[in-house]
Design a protein around this ligand. Structure first.
Ligand code: AMP
Length: 489
C-alpha cells in the first residue's frame, strides 16, 4: 500500500481519540497501566528502493509512538525496546515478563486483534516456569532475551528479585485450570482491548474463558490502506459494535450491496457510489476509499452495514470481508454464513466439554464431486467425543448452509458430503508461523477462514488426527430459490 508521511499524523489523531472516549465509560484509567502486546516486523525494500513494512511497524517505529509525550492515560507495561525488538519471541517474552512484574498496576490488557492476545496467553501457558525463574532472579533469562537494549529495559522494570511475586505467579499458573487466568494474574483489569468483530468473533468464548467474562472493548477500525474510525461506545457487547468513520481520514464512498446477490456490482458505475452523508440506515455497503497517499476509489473489500447515526455521522457494523467464500458449484458461502454454521455445529461438542479453538475451511475439488472441508482444532474435555457426534457436527454445518448449497448436495449431487478434519493442537499456531515466515505481520495476522494456498492446505493436512464425513444429505425444500447466486469469480 502506498503511504506518505502525513498518514502518521492522521493515525496518531485516531489513536489520540480512543482514551477520551473510553474515559467516558471507564474512569480512573490514568491511575494505572495498559498491558498491550505489540510487535514490529522486519522491513524490506521494493526493487525501486522504497521501504516496505506493515502499517503498525511503521507507526511503532515512528517518533509519534517512540517519542510520545507522557500521558497518564497511555502508560504501557511494555518498554518501547521490547515492542521494537524484531525477534518476536524475545519481544513476547520480555513483554509478558514486564506485564507480570507490574501486575498490580495493570488496569487494561489487549493487543490489536483477539488472536494476538490469545497467542500471548498461550505463550504464557508454555513459558510461565521460565518467566517465574526470571521474576525470582530479577533478570530476564540471558539465553532467551539476548538483545542488550531489551535486557536493560526489562531490568529497569523488574528492579531486582521478587520471590513473593514469582511464587504467586507460579501458584496461579500451576493450577490445573487456566479459567480466569487474566484476572487471577492481573487482578485490577477492567477490560480487554482487542478487536472481536468480523472474523475475530470466534475468539470470544476463549477470551471469556481466560478472563472470566471481562468486558471486551473493540475500540477502532483500521487497515493498511487507511485508518477508518472508532467505536464511540467501546463497552458495548461485541455483537453491537459499530464504528464511526472519521471523515478526514480519507474520502469515503459506499457501493451498495444488493440484497439479492449479497454483493456489490463487480464493475460498478461511478454513479452507483454513495457519499458518507447519503448512506441509508440498515443498508449494506462496500467501503470505497480515495486516500491522501494516492489510492483512487479503491475497494477495500469490507462490507459495512449502517447501524445508526451519532448526530449526523453514520455508525457502521462490520459485516464481513467479502470474497472469503467457499464454492464448489453454483453455491457461494461467505465467512459470516460459515461462521454461523460452525457455531451451531460446535454445540454438539458441549456435552463432552470440548471447545473449538480455531477453524478454517477449504473447497476440496480433488474429489469428484468436490466438497467442503473444515479443519477444526479442539480443546478436548474430560470425555472423548464419539465419531458419531463429529458426524452430527458435519450434518449440522450442512443443514445451516444456504439453500443453493443444500440443493447441490441433496438434489444435484454436485457437492460431496462435508468433511471435518480434526487437527492436532497447535496446528493453527503453525499456520500463523508459516504466514509470518512469508511476511505477515504478527499484529495484523488473522487466521484465514478459508485456505486456498496449497502449502497452507498441505500444512493443515499433515496434522490431521482424524476425519469424518456428513452421514447423509441435508434437507432441501423446493421453492426456496431466492438465494440462488451465480458462482463467484
Ligand atoms: P490489514 O490491512 O491487514 O490490517 O487488514 C485490514 C482489515 O482488517 C480491514 O479491512 C478489515 O477487514 C479487518 N479489520 C480491521 N479492523 C477491524 C475491526 N475493528 N473489525 C473487523 N475487522 C477489522
Amino acid at each position: 500500500m502506498p503511504t506518505i508521511q502525513d498518514e502518521l499524523g492522521r493515525r496518531s489523531l485516531l489513536y489520540s481519540l480512543l482514551m477520551p472516549v473510553m474515559n467516558q465509560f471507564v474512569p480512573g484509567l490514568d491511575k494505572g497501566k495498559g498491558m498491550y502486546f505489540l510487535f514490529v516486523k522486519s522491513e524490506a525494500r521494493t526493487p525501486g528502493g522504497l521501504l516496505a513494512r506493515p502499517v503498525l511497524t511503521s507507526y511503532y517505529k515512528s517518533p509519534h509512538f517512540v517519542e510520545r509525550p507522557h500521558d497518564p492515560y497511555t502508560v504501557y507495561t511494555s518498554p518501547n525496546e521490547a515492542i521494537l525488538c524484531p525477534d518476536s519471541y524475545q519481544s513476547m517474552y520480555a513483554q509478558l515478563l514486564c506485564g507480570l512484574a507490574q501486575r498490580e498496576e495493570v488496569l487494561r490488557v489487549g493487543a490489536v486483534f483477539a488472536s494476538g492476545f490469545i497467542r500471548a496467553i498461550r505463550f504464557l501457558e508454555k513459558h510461565w516456569r521460565a518467566l517465574c525463574r526470571d521474576l525470582l532472579t530479577g533478570a530476564a533469562d540471558p539465553d532467551t532475551v539476548t538483545d542488550p537494549s531489551v535486557r536493560s529495559a526489562v531490568a529497569g522494570v523488574l528492579r531486582g528479585p521478587d520471590p513473593e511475586l514469582a511464587a504467586l505467579v507460579e501458584t496461579e499458573c500451576g493450577r490445573g485450570s487456566w479459567q480466569g487466568i487474566i484476572t487471577r494474574l492481573w487482578p485490577n483489569t477492567k477490560y480487554i482491548d482487542v478487536i472481536v468483530t468480523g472474523t475475530m468473533a470466534q475468539y470470544i468464548p476463549t477470551l471469556d474463558y481466560y478472563s472470566g467474562g471481562l468486558p471486551l472493548a473493540c475500540t477502532m477500525y483500521a487497515s493498511s490502506e487507511c485508518y477508518f474510525g472508532l467505536n464511540l461506545e467501546p463497552m458495548c457487547k461485541p455483537s453491537e459494535v459499530s464504528y464511526t468513520l472519521i471523515p478526514t481520514m480519507a474520502y469515503f464512498e459506499f457501493l451498495p450491496v444488493h440484497r439479492s446477490s449479497g454483493c456489490a456490482a463487480d464493475n460498478p458505475d461511478p454513479s452507483d457510489l454513495v457519499g458518507l452523508v447519503d448512506v441509508k440506515l440498515g443498508q449494506e455497503y462496500e467501503l470505497v476509499l480515495t486516500t491522501y497517499a494516492g489510492l483512487y476509489r479503491y475497494r477495500v473489500g469490507d462490507v459495512l452495514r449502517v447501524a445508526g447515526f451519532k448526530n449526523n455521522a453514520p455508525r457502521f457494523n462490520f459485516v464481513c470481508r467479502k470474497n472469503v467464500a467457499l464454492s464448489i458449484d453454483s453455491d457461494k458461502t461467505d465467512e459470516v454464513e460459515l461462521h454461523r454454521a460452525v457455531e451451531k455445529a460446535v454445540g454438539h461438542l458441549e456435552p463432552f466439554g470440548a471447545t473449538l479453538v480455531e477453524y478454517t475451511s477449504h473447497a476440496d475439488t480433488s474429489t469428484i464431486p468436490g466438497h467442503y472441508v473444515l479443519y477444526w482444532e479442539l480443546r478436548t474435555g474430560p470425555t472423548p467425543v464419539p465419531p458419531s457426534v463429529f458426524e452430527d457436527c458435519c450434518l449440522a454445518v450442512e443443514e445451516s448452509l444456504n439453500s443453493v448449497y443444500r440443493q447441490g448436495r441433496a438434489v444435484d449431487k454436485s457437492i460431496g458430503p462435508l468433511e471435518l478434519r480434526v487437527v492436532e493442537e497447535g496446528t493453527f499456531d503453525k499456520l500463523m508461523d508459516y504466514a509470518l515466515s512469508r511476511g505477515a505481520s504478527i499484529n495484523q495476522y488473522k487466521a484465514p477462514r478459508c485456505v486456498k494456498f496449497e502449502p497452507m492446505v498441505e500444512l493443515l493436512n499433515s496434522r490431521v488426527r482424524c476425519n469424518f464425513f456428513s452421514p447423509k444429505c441435508p434437507k432441501w425444500v423446493p421453492g426456496h430459490k431466492q438465494w440462488s447466486t451465480t458462482k463467484s469469480a
